[in-house]
Design a binder for this molecule. Structure first.
Ligand SMILES: Nc1nc2c(ncn2[C@@H]2O[C@H](COP(=O)(O)OP(=O)(O)OP(=O)(O)O)[C@@H](O)[C@H]2O)c(=O)[nH]1
Ligand SMILES: [Mg+2]
Length: 314
């Protein structure tokens, strides 16, 4: 099935403005006017990468590759260092999740079940609203479950998003067992013959053991209705969190197997470089990225477009 994929290059390019200044502009400035690319210059570039949330190991590795490229080329002045760094970054980003996307697999299950997890305020509920909108636009029947029963306002917030997207929502009282909401949601989705189910969960600190155990219970309950469920457990992380994103992702994956990442708020942050690090460290794909607060602002993640957008000056 050919599904609608939301990818607006200009919006992505604009959204990545601050990250571009931090990475690409600094590299360009360092390179500009330098006739000779020597070891000092390479070290300067390495430092720029390390301080751009790309991660220490990745940064060292990229400069090593650049060094090798330079050695290969007898005429060093002709080596486009910026282009080499761009290619190296792109290569790392495209390593995971190239084979298939959620959109490719969604019609293989009915319903396709997506569990959304993450720390407080990462953007889970907003992302579910935007994703529901994208799926609906593709002609899919969507049901979302409000398994964040922790916060009083959580139901209302998800309900507003469900209305905006024009999809069904299943909810319960504040304080209800999140697993029971998840269970009801899947049964209702079954009766309605829905194509996709998304389960919203309460924000939880990865350091709180009992809350992390609760996620396991939600998963067990989902698999009681459909033995294959959930198809996806997506961790939502806030791009502004920089290095904390890595820590969160590692901790969550200790408790629950994650199938992919959603990185939000890339529009306002200079720390977008973290996307190069998180996928490599966790060895799972980035599936979607948030580039704003509106209904249209969740894009399918495509590594090539991301790197091109990041390296495109106006
Ligand atoms: N600029 C921008 N803001 C975003 C994006 N995604 C989410 N937000 C904002 O981030 C804030 C938190 O979003 P929520 O969706 O409520 O986050 P949550 O993870 O559900 O939060 P809890 O349920 O409290 O854990 C809201 O003000 C959103 O509008 C994004 O891609 N860009
Ligand atoms: Mg929420």
């Amino acid at each position: 099935m050919k599904l609608f994929k939301n990818l607006n290059f200009n919006k992505l390019k604009d959204g990545l403005g601050k990250t571009r200044s931090k990475i690409v502009d600094r590299i360009s400035e360092t390179l500009s006017g330098k006739a000779k690319i020597d070891e000092n210059l390479l070290e300067e570039l390495e430092e720029i990468l390390i301080t751009s949330d790309i991660g220490y190991d990745t940064s060292i590795d990229i400069i090593d590759q650049t060094r090798k490229e330079l050695k290969k080329n007898t005429n060093r002045e002709n080596t486009d260092v910026l282009e080499t760094i761009k290619n190296e970054l792109g290569r790392r980003l495209s390593k995971y999740g190239k084979d298939s996307t959620i959109e490719d697999d969604i019609d293989k299950y009915k319903p396709y079940v997506i569990l959304i997890v993450g720390v407080n305020g990462a953007g889970k509920t907003t992302t579910i609203g935007k994703l529901a909108h994208n799926f609906k636009k593709s002609g899919l029947k969507v049901v979302i479950g409000a398994a964040d029963t922790f916060r009083a306002a959580a139901n209302e917030q998800l309900e507003v998003w469900a209305q905006r997207a024009g999809v069904d929502i299943v909810q319960s009282k504040t304080g209800a067992d999140p697993s029971s909401v998840a269970f009801d949601t899947l049964n209702i989705a079954k009766n309605k013959n829905a194509d996709v189910v998304m389960i919203d969960t309460a924000g939880r600190l990865h350091t709180k053991n009992n809350l992390m155990e609760e996620l396991k219970k939600i998963k067990r309950v989902l698999s009681k209705v459909f033995d294959y469920a959930p198809n996806e457990t997506l961790l939502v992380v806030d791009g502004n969190s920089g290095q904390n994103v890595i820590q969160q992702a590692k901790e969550f994956s200790k408790y629950t197997e994650l199938s992919g990442l959603i990185v939000t708020k890339l529009d306002g942050t200079a720390k977008g470089g973290v996307i190069f690090q998180v996928s490599a460290e966790l060895q799972i794909p980035v599936r979607y990225i948030g580039v704003g607060e509106g209904l249209e602002d969740l894009q399918n993640f495509d590594s090539e477009s991301f790197v091109t957008a990041l390296f495109t000056q106006n």
